[in-house]
Write a new protein. Sequence first.
Length: 101
Amino acid sequence: MKNRVANRAILQPFSVLRTVGFTPRWMQRFERYRKEQKRLNRDVMVMRWADGIWCALSVPCQAPQAIIVDEGQQIDAYEDARTCLDSDFLPFVSLSWEVHA
C-alpha cells in the first residue's frame, strides 16, 4: 500500500504553501529556504501525496525546464518527508540533477 501511494506524487508550485494557512513563522522559514535555494540556482516546489504527506522539493533550474521525478525518487522523497513530519521537522527535500541520454 505504501508504495502505491509513494510513487504517485503530485507536483505543485511553491505558491500553494501560501494558501494552506501555515503560521507566519513557518511561512518565513519556507521563504528563507526558497531564497537560499534560489541563490544556488534551484527552484522550490511542493510535492504531495494522497495520504497527506508533503514536502518542499528543491530542484535544479538548469535547462531544459522539464522535471521528471521517477518512481524511485518519489518513494525516497516520500519516506524522507514522512520521517521529517513524524519528527516535527519541516520536510525539505532536494532533488539532484541528472542527465540521461
